[in-house]
Structures are given as C-alpha cells and as structure tokens.
Design a protein around this ligand. Structure first.
Ligand SMILES: C[S@@+](CC[C@H](N)C(=O)[O-])C[C@H]1O[C@@H](n2cnc3c(N)ncnc32)[C@H](O)[C@@H]1O
Length: 287
C-alpha cells in the first residue's frame, strides 16, 4: 500500500491548515493536527515522531478536514471532548462541553474539598448534557455524592453512557421538579444552563448554532429564563450555607448575579472570570 513520508505529511498538514483557515475555523492548526492525530490514533504531541500516512489514512484525513471546513465541530468528528481530567463521548444531540465551563467545575470541586469531611458531601449538576461536569466532580472528589439531571432524551442517553459505572445518580427530567428527595440537604449546586437570548442568533458561532441542540443554547428573550429556574431549584435543594455556581454569557455579568441578589435568598453573590478574563459564572451562598 502506498505511504507518505514525514515531509508529505507536513505538506498535507499545511494544506489542511490553509483549508480550515479559509473556512473561518477558529484554531485551524490545532484542529488540523487533532484530526491527523485522530486518523493516526496517536496523541497530538506524537505527530512529529516520523509517522507515515497510508493512502487509506490520507483519504480519510482529507474527508475529515472537509467536514471540519464545513464547520462541523471538531468534537463531533472525533466523537469525544476533553473536560478537565476526563473525556466524554459527544455527537449530534448533545452540547459539546466548553473549556470555560472547566473553571465552574473547578470552583465546585474546590468548595466540596473545603467542606468538613465529617458529613458526606453532596453536589447536584442541573442540565448535565453529556455529563461532563458530573463526571469531573465524581472523578476529582470521589467521596462526594454526585447527582445530575437532564431533560432532553438524546442528551440524557449520552450522559448515561458517559456516567456508567461512576456512581453518579443520574435522572431524566426537568430540573424544576428534580431531586425533591434532596430538598434542603445539598452542599453544592452547579449548572451550565442554556443562556443565549433568542435574538442573538447571528452572533452565535456556526458550529454551536448548527450542531449544539437548541435546548442547550436558547433561553428566552433575555437569555435568563433557565438561570431564573436554576436560582429557584438551587434555593430549594441547598441546605442553609450551601453554595450555588451558575454559568452565564459574558454579556450577563450584571444581569445573572442580579437574578440571585434580587431574590433575597442568597448572601455573598459574586461573579467570576473565565480564562479569557470574561465574566462567566455567578456564585452565591444560601442564607
Ligand atoms: C449549555 S448545556 C450544558 C451541558 C453540560 N452541563 C455542559 O456544561 O457541557 C445545557 C443543558 O441543560 C439541559 N436543560 C435545559 N433545560 C433543562 C431543564 N429544565 N431541566 C434539565 N435540563 C435542562 C439542556 O438539554 C442541555 O443539555
């Protein structure tokens, strides 16, 4: 079978980068390398170690690059997404977890770890999607009781697969009525709910708009409908002194915290930055 040496591989990579750049992909070199690593079944860091590409692999690589140039999300093409120290299966029908949400999960992990070890620590992930946050919590705080809920049937099926064998208590349903059995007892509630205003359609990246489920993106005229629900549900679930952390759009750095401070059910309402320095998630403590 015909094969290409490293020089050919570098040329192929350069062509892929150029094609992705021309298509308006955000990080063309990263994605071209990630797709090549996927085809070769190696990590990106091992791409330079003198590998060859068979004719079949070359054809496959070109097909995948074409799909990515058509703005299909990289994670759908490779079938998984990294999230902190874990990897989750993703694809059509489920929201692709984003790097900015890793900080929200990290906040919840820190709060859980700081709690006294006398009681079993408990945490609820509202709108778990692929189960990324719940899986990170269960992996990094193994002694915690992790609960998660998802409304959408397709997303729930991904969460089921991603959380199999982890001990996470995963439920299918609306967060509004979820976990009535835990009312007033939970230590931490965490959520990355839908939060994009309906009229912001044109501002949303093609990959998200065309491939993330609508139920994971849009949330009423001001984008705050689901955040208002998270506020109500968290107030119901948390014990006095329990913590809530909820992600929002960078443009909601004032309006999302106001949902919490306006209800009179929270102390210490503050907003937190993501890695790019943008206001990204509100945290508060149940009075
Ligand atoms: C932005 S996605 C986040 C998914 C995941 N937590 C993450 O960070 O990758 C929001 C998720 O909330 C789910 N969702 C929306 N409304 C819900 C509700 N009322 N009850 C439960 N889940 C809901 C959506 O189906 C979607 O999977």
């Amino acid at each position: 079978m015909q094969s290409r040496r490293e020089g050919g591989l570098a040329g192929e990579l350069a062509e892929a980068v150029a094609a992705l750049e021309a298509a308006g992909v955000d990080a063309p070199r990263h994605d071209a390398e990630a797709l090549l690593a996927h085809v070769l079944d190696v990590s990106r860091s091992r791409l330079a170690s003198g590998r060859e590409l068979s004719a079949e692999q070359l054809e496959r690589y070109r097909r995948l690059v074409e799909r990515r140039a058509g703005r299909e999300p990289l994670q759908h093409i490779v079938g998984s997404a990294p999230f902190r120290y874990v990897e989750v299966e993703v694809g059509p029908g489920v929201f692709v977890p984003r790097p900015e949400t890793e900080l929200l999960a990290g906040w919840a992990i820190d709060v859980l770890r700081d709690l006294p070890i006398s009681a079993r620590r408990s945490v609820v992930d509202l709108g778990t999607g692929s189960g990324a946050i719940a899986l990170a919590l269960a992996t990094e705080v193994p002694e915690a009781a992790v609960h998660a809920v998802e409304l959408d049937g397709e997303a729930f099926a991904y969460a089921q697969r991603n959380l199999t064998g982890t001990g996470v208590d995963l439920r299918h349903g609306d967060m509004a009525h979820a976990f009535a059995d835990l009312d007033g007892t939970v230590d931490v509630v965490v959520s990355n709910p839908p939060y994009i205003p309906l009229d912001a359609y044109d501002a949303v990246q093609t990959e998200a708009r065309d491939h993330d489920p609508a139920a994971a993106l849009w949330s009423g005229a001001d984008g705050l409908d689901a955040i208002r629900e998270v506020e109500r549900v968290a107030a119901r679930l948390l014990r006095p002194g329990g913590w809530v952390g909820c992600e929002h759009a960078d443009a909601q750095g004032e309006s999302a915290p106001a949902v919490f401070s306006g209800s009179g059910r929270w102390s210490g309402v503050r907003d937190n930055l993501d890695l790019a320095g943008r206001l990204r998630f509100v945290t508060a403590r149940r009075v």
